[in-house]
Design a protein around this ligand. Structure first.
Ligand code: PMP
Length: 435
């Protein structure tokens, strides 16, 4: 009998009793390869000695101090590091406890920015229908995933959603990437013009679409076009890299591969690698300057912002990634994973697409690969594969069903950056058996 309200009320979950490296163990002694890193969180795997040592040191020194009185060495050092490695124009960071909180803070920064510069009429937010930005009310309103939102209407923010997102590209075979990028970006400009540019505050998008679509990277040039459109109309670009960021795609930030920089960026998950709950907003000098020369204050805050334990753990995670050259391993193991998935599934009748970047890969399941017809959502294929994979000692992150008329089942793979060839081979082997 559990007294925890779990998401699935009638499911009994195994008890996780330990973790080492790429494996988690349950209380019955079964081992699972963590091929999803939880939900793209555990980038260093479990029980990493250097991170644990840093956490012990921090706990011995200082567990908590409220930011109205103090800053901390851990928070300052992590901020210095994140800003030094950030995309062009980013000058500051704001630490919160997770991805949804980061999205909430970024939206409030955007809103306050326009108030500070005397354009308070800019309040409209545009996002993509096929997106997930978190589960707090503001973040929920921003994401387009209708089945998550519908029962909570009226939502606090009225976000405007556009189609298509590049995640739809797979189901619209025949259109070139160039035409698709142009059409998808044009949808943003059309929406800005429809609402009136002077009313639009921000466009929010995941650089690589994660939970709703299964690691779908943007087609070439899409985000450069989006950046141009935002600039032309004075709209802020908020990139949500909570899932795809912090090295998961082989570069620290996924947007580096697109050659653009956002005005605001949200990060979380891999930032702390699961060792502590932490998220952050990276903000541009322009936004910072508006606060600094305006009210002199960002009107926001939570009890646990800049938590020293969280910052110390995240700093250790990021230092280990840099010291051990793990982004190179993400690239190399990502290439190996892509190759092995291709070998195993290229001729599989029910695997329609294999895509992603680095160690952020999606496998799309279809009823008919020649027509790209998805499975009937009632068959809940993604959930069945998760179960079959667990029975084989493998954790994968499945998604599926119907999202606003777009059907599809995907399996997301996001294994720890420390994976070697043998681990990748075992992941593909077990996933093949499960499918
Ligand atoms: N944005 C994106 C892109 C995400 O994938 C998630 C979590 N899956 C969130 C925001 C919300 O993060 P959290 O669950 O840490 O609140």
């Amino acid at each position: 009998m559990t007294h925890i309200l779990h998401r699935q009320i009638h499911t009994t979950l195994p008890v996780a009793s330990g973790g080492r490296g790429i494996e988690l163990f349950d209380a019955d002694g079964r081992a699972y390869i963590d091929a999803s890193g939880g939900a793209a969180v555990s980038c260093l795997g479990h029980g990493h000695a250097d991170v644990l040592a840093a956490m012990h040191r921090q706990a011995d020194t200082l567990a908590y101090a409220h930011t109205s009185f103090f800053t901390s060495e851990a928070a300052e050092a992590l901020a210095d590091r994140l800003v030094a490695d950030a995309p062009a124009g980013i000058s500051h960071t704001y630490f919160v406890s997770g991805g949804s909180e980061a999205v909430e803070a970024a939206l409030k920064m955007a809103r306050q920015y326009f108030v500070e510069i005397g354009e308070p009429q800019r309040h409209n937010i545009i996002a993509r229908r096929q997106s997930y930005h978190g589960n707090t009310l503001g973040a929920l309103a921003t994401g387009g995933n209708e089945w998550r939102r519908t029962q909570f209407r009226p939502l606090l923010i009225d976000t405007h959603h556009i189609d298509p997102c590049f995640a739809y590209h797979y189901q619209q075979a025949g259109e070139t990437d160039e035409d698709y990028a142009r059409r998808a970006a044009q949808a943003l400009e059309d929406k800005i013009l429809e609402l009136g540019p002077e009313t639009v505050m921000a466009f929010v998008a995941e650089t690589v679409v994660g939970a709703t679509a299964g690691a779908v990277p943007p087609v070439a040039d899409y985000l450069r076009r989006i950046r141009d459109i935002c600039d032309r109309h004075g709209v802020l670009l908020i990139l949500d890299e909570v899932m795809c960021g912090m090295g998961r795609t082989g570069t620290l930030h996924a947007c580096e591969q697109e050659g653009i920089a956002p005005d605001l960026m949200t990060i979380a998950k891999g930032l702390g690698g699961g060792y502590q709950p932490i998220g952050a907003v990276l903000l541009s000098q322009t936004i910072f300057n508006a606060f600094a020369s305006g009210s002199g204050l960002f009107q926001h805050g939570h009890t646990y912002i800049c938590h020293p334990m969280a910052c110390a753990a995240a700093l250790a995670v990021q230092e280990v990634i840099a010291r051990d050259g793990l982004l190179d391993n993400v690239k190399a193991m990502g290439a190996h994973l892509t190759r092995r998935l291709g070998e195993r599934f290229d001729n599989h009748a029910n695997v329609g697409d294999i895509r992603g970047r680095g160690l952020f890969m999606g496998v799309e399941l279809v009823e008919d690969r020649s027509t790209r017809l998805p499975f009937d959502p009632k068959r809940k294929l993604h959930a069945r594969i998760k179960k079959e994979a667990m029975a084989r000692g493998l954790l994968v992150y499945p998604m599926g069903g119907t999202i606003d008329g777009i059907k599809g089942d995907h399996v997301l793979l996001a294994p720890p950056f420390i994976c070697d060839v043998a681990a990748i081979d075992a992941i593909v082997e077990r996933l093949g058996d499960a499918i």
